[in-house]
Structure formats: C-alpha cells, structure tokens
Design a protein. Structure first.
Length: 94
C-alpha cells in the first residue's frame, strides 16, 4: 500500500512554495498519465517560482495523509476541502 516509501522515497514530485514553505494544507493532488504526482493547496500559482520539486518523502513529512493516495492510478486526481476531511478521487478528463 505505501509504495511511496517502499518503491522510491526519493521520487520527485511537484508542489507549491505555499505547501513547502508556508505549510498550507494539501487539498488537490494530481497523478498524471506519465506517473508524475502534483500536490497543491488552495493558492493560485502564477509564477514559475511558485512551483517546487521535492522528494515524496519530504512531502510525506509535511502531510502523512497523502499516504492514503498511494493506490490512486494515473489519470486521476484527489481533492478535499480541509486537511481533516476524506479525499474524493475522480478520473481526469482527457
């Protein structure tokens, strides 16, 4: 279940400077067709430097509940309204 840690804890993922530095809650997660993961909060990202690449291990240290998404297949996304709420998982529209 926790392939995030077992498979490759150094796997690169994309997040925002708000999640990384301001510790805003992760509310929106995308698992892209190519296998790349993206983790964002509610903030709008307008500049290139708003995006940050970090390891999945570093992201898990910010929010353990992303481990709940380890079995989400590519071409899906997950949302929640608050860190304490359950994830809602849907298919990406192609």
């Amino acid at each position: 279940m926790f392939w995030f840690l077992k498979k490759d804890k150094n796997k690169a993922v994309i997040t925002s400077r708000y999640v990384l530095f301001d510790k805003t809650p992760i509310l929106y997660v995308i698992h892209n067709k190519d296998g790349m993961w993206e983790f964002y909060g509610k903030e709008e990202l307008e500049r290139d430097d708003d995006y940050k690449v970090i390891s999945i291990e570093e992201l898990i240290n910010l929010d353990l509940r992303i481990l709940e998404l380890s079995l989400v297949p590519p071409c899906c996304f997950a949302t929640r309204n608050a860190k304490s709420e359950a994830w809602e998982i849907k298919k990406l529209v192609q």
